[in-house]
Design a binder for this molecule. Structure first.
Ligand SMILES: [Zn+2]
Length: 228
C-alpha cells in the first residue's frame, strides 16, 4: 500500500497545534496505562468464579463474597456471566467503582455495615500514592506511558520523520540543551535556507544560550512542565 504525503507547513511541526499534534495523544506524548489484562486475568470467568485477579477469591473468602453479592445486587450485576459478556456499564462499575454506599451484612455480624466500592483503578492509584514500593510494583498496571501511536514523539508521524542536518525534531527534543545548541550552531545553510530559517535559528540559539547560561544545560526540550 502506498501513501501520499502533503506538503508540510510550520504548524505541522507543532505538538501544540491540531495541525501538528499526534492525533492519538493530541500532543501530550503519553497515554493512560490501562493494562486491563493484568487485572482481569480470566475474562472467560464470571465475577463469582474469579474473573478479577486483583480481588480475593469470592469462592474462598466469605466476607468478600458477602460484599460482592451486595455490590452486585445494588447495581443489578449478574455474578454468573463471563466478564467479557458483561454490559460495559457493569464492567465500568467493577473497574472504576461508585460513590454509592452499599449495605453489607458480613458473616458473623448481625448489623449491616455500609461500605463503598472504590473500583480497581482508583484503588490502584490510591495505593500508588500512599507507598513508593507499591508504586513501583503497580507502575506496570497504571500510569503514564508513552503514547502507543507516536511513541512519545508528540507530533504527527510525517513531521516527525523530517530531518534537518540528519536529525528529526523528536530526536532534537531529547537532547540536552547544550547539545541542541551545538547542533544548531554547526548547521550549514545555503543562501535560500538562510533566507527561510536565519531569523528563526538566531532566535532559537539566543534562547538556548540564555537557558544554558543560567545553568539549565542538562534539560531537554521534551521535558513536561510538571516534571520541572
Ligand atoms: Zn501520540
Amino acid at each position: 500500500m502506498s501513501r501520499t504525503f502533503e506538503e508540510l507547513s510550520p504548524q505541522n511541526f507543532s505538538f501544540n497545534s491540531p495541525l501538528g499534534w499526534c492525533p492519538a495523544c493530541e500532543g501530550l506524548g503519553t497515554e493512560r496505562g490501562t493494562n486491563q489484562a493484568v487485572l482481569i486475568a480470566s475474562p472467560e470467568a464470571s465475577l463469582l468464579a474469579g474473573a478479577v485477579s486483583a480481588w480475593p477469591d469470592p469462592r474462598k473468602n466469605d466476607a468478600f463474597r458477602a460484599f460482592l453479592e451486595a455490590f452486585a445486587r445494588e447495581f443489578d450485576i449478574p455474578l454468573d456471566v463471563p466478564w467479557y459478556q458483561l454490559d460495559s456499564r457493569h464492567q465500568r462499575l467493577v473497574l472504576y467503582g461508585s460513590e454509592r454506599w452499599i449495605e453489607v451484612t458480613l458473616p458473623g455480624s448481625s448489623a449491616p455495615a455500609k461500605l463503598q466500592y472504590k473500583g480497581l483503578y482508583p484503588a490502584i492509584e490510591e495505593a500508588a500514592r500512599v507507598s513508593y514500593s507499591y508504586r513501583l510494583q503497580l507502575q506496570d498496571l497504571i500510569g503514564e506511558k508513552p503514547c502507543s501511536v507516536c511513541g512519545g514523539d508528540r507530533v504527527r508521524d510525517d513531521a516527525a520523520a523530517v530531518r534537518l542536518g540528519g536529525m528529526t525534531l523528536p530526536q532534537t527534543s531529547r537532547l540536552p540543551l547544550n547539545e541542541v545548541l551545538e547542533f544548531l550552531e554547526q548547521l550549514k545553510l545555503n543562501k535560500e535556507q538562510q533566507k527561510i530559517a536565519g531569523d528563526l535559528l538566531h532566535e532559537a540559539t539566543h534562547r538556548l544560550r540564555f537557558l544554558i547560561d543560567v545553568g539549565l544545560h542538562y534539560l531537554t526540550l521534551d521535558r513536561g512542565m510538571p516534571t520541572l
